[in-house]
Design a protein around this ligand. Structure first.
Ligand code: ADP
Ligand code: ZN
Length: 218
């Protein structure tokens, strides 16, 4: 089945990690707007520089820019594959733009998964998070350590802490999320698409909760 999913949830809940693993086990494409924007930032283009400054302030990039990136990716994908939109939409306007994109592509969303964890958990996870500078794979110094410290298991790339995982920015990201994205939980609940995933536990437990929610869709 070609599942087409949206992932909501605060920074640090483990959206990216869960999306990565579900995408692998179900043959879905993971489309992370955070990764797409970091790629753009790394290019150092005019847009990239703007994006970098916004991300490092813990704010959101403007809706049209992000929606255009997503529409391109989904267009490339064609109709032959399911996908997980990891970190999109994050605002009411983006949710409406996604509705338009899906309509143009003749596709339908199967569900919105809201990955939830308590605030203390979020802060602890973001502080310990490291990601591969080459392939983007995500680790945690205690919870998901690489086999060799500082080095990616998959590609050997160097593991780094994201600029926006530093404490001051984390606080701002949580505020931005509460204000702009949390209302989407109701938006998707009203459409009958919402599934809430408890992600307070260890990675095994969280994955089991996510898999269970997907089973209910099939
Ligand atoms: P997290 O979900 O933990 O905040 P991401 O890597 O998904 O981390 O996103 C990092 C940053 O990228 C966000 O703080 C924001 O600045 C930007 N970003 C990602 N997705 C979007 C989006 N859909 N709309 C606006 N900005 C986004
Ligand atoms: Zn890697």
């Amino acid at each position: 089945m070609f599942l087409r999913l949206v992932f909501l949830g605060p920074p640090g809940a483990g959206k990216g990690t869960i999306a990565q693993r579900l995408a692998e086990s179900h043959g879905l494409r993971q489309i992370s707007t955070g990764d797409l924007l970091r790629e753009e930032a790394a290019k150092g283009t005019l847009l990239g520089k703007k994006v970098k400054a916004i991300m490092e302030a813990g704010l959101y990039v403007d809706d049209k820019t992000v929606a255009a990136l997503v529409e391109n990716k989904l267009g490339e994908l064609g109709n032959e594959k399911g996908f997980i939109l990891d970190g999109f939409p994050r605002t009411q306007a983006q949710a409406e733009m996604l509705g338009g994109i899906m309509k143009r592509l003749g596709l339908r969303l199967n569900a919105a998964l809201d990955i939830e964890a308590r605030d203390e958990t979020l802060v602890e996870r973001l502080g310990g998070r490291r990601s591969c500078s080459k392939c983007g794979k995500v680790y945690h110094v205690r919870n998901i350590p690489p086999k060799e410290e500082g080095k990616c298991d998959s590609c050997g790339g160097q593991l780094l802490q994201r600029e926006d995982d530093k404490p001051r920015v984390v606080k701002m990201r949580l505020e931005t999320y509460r204000k702009k994205t949390a209302p989407l939980i109701e938006y998707y609940r009203e459409k009958g698409l919402l599934k809430v995933i408890d992600a307070n536990g260890g990675i095994g437990e969280n994955m089991a909760n996510a898999e269970k929610a997907l089973k209910e869709l099939q």
